[in-house]
Design a protein around this ligand. Sequence first.
Ligand SMILES: C[S@@+](CC[C@H](N)C(=O)[O-])C[C@H]1O[C@@H](n2cnc3c(N)ncnc32)[C@H](O)[C@@H]1O
Length: 293
Amino acid sequence: MAETLDSLLAESRDKLKAAGIEAAALDARHLVSGLLGLSRAALVTRGGEPVGEADAARIRAAIERRAAHEPVHRILGEREFFGLNLKLSKDTLEPRPDSETLVDCLIPHVRRIAARKGSCRIIDLGTGTGAICLALLNAVLDARGLGTDISDNALQTARENARRNGLAERFETLRSNWFEAVEGRFDVIVSNPPYIRSSVIAELDPEVKYHDPVAALDGGDEGLDAYRAIALHASRHLETDGLLGLEIGFDQKQAVTALFEAQGFRLLSGVKDLGGNDRVLVFEQDVERSKDR
Ligand SMILES: C[S@@+](CC[C@H](N)C(=O)[O-])C[C@H]1O[C@@H](n2cnc3c(N)ncnc32)[C@H](O)[C@@H]1O
């Protein structure tokens, strides 16, 4: 007898449960709907329909990978971020919902600058999939963005994501070690840099430590290496009335604020993520202090 969607879903869920995957039923539905190109509603309404041999084999192979703790979106090769469909690749972090907090918080600033100046120039340091910059460009039509990264593979993926989402005309990329190869000034500097302490990486969930690239996670001994490098040169690349927005680790607000204050910045706002943790810091240049320097 031919297998049905229902029977394959049940088999997938049971296999994931047996492998200790917490959200077994949800992950099974997500993988099956993603692989077959069906909506979640269709999984329910078409549950009695037969599944061909080739599709069943693809689903079983994907479930094997998930049972070995590969994340759902790595297996599907793409994920949604702030309404954009983004391709993932070996050197790109899987964009996290926490980073949507950073986008949310910067959109009004980007809109305001674009309305005042006719355009808003954004640089996204360590752009990965391009998630943050592309989401800002998608929200504000008069904005233009430069995504930088140390990885060519990430930059290639970011460019493809810009094309996929109709944003390629306003998005460029540059390979650079933080500001090293960057020229000129920007209205908005944004970054979600690697900020996990090196010693903690080995304790992360297998989904993260084996599947997100280590260059996207490891922030050095104190988790602050990238912030130090960015803080050192940020004022040279920011328009006087520009803004700098950063994602931070839940316990880094004080340390990161001190690093940027030491370089002539003033904390404009600190924003918590949906879990109530400090997650985003927005700085402006401290004009009074800059005059004194
Ligand atoms: C935490 S990930 C963030 C990716 C993406 N912006 C996002 O939010 O999903 C950090 C990114 O910084 C990049 N990166 C690491 N070291 C870098 C360096 N020295 N210069 C520039 N980018 C770097 C990594 O390749 C990675 O893409």
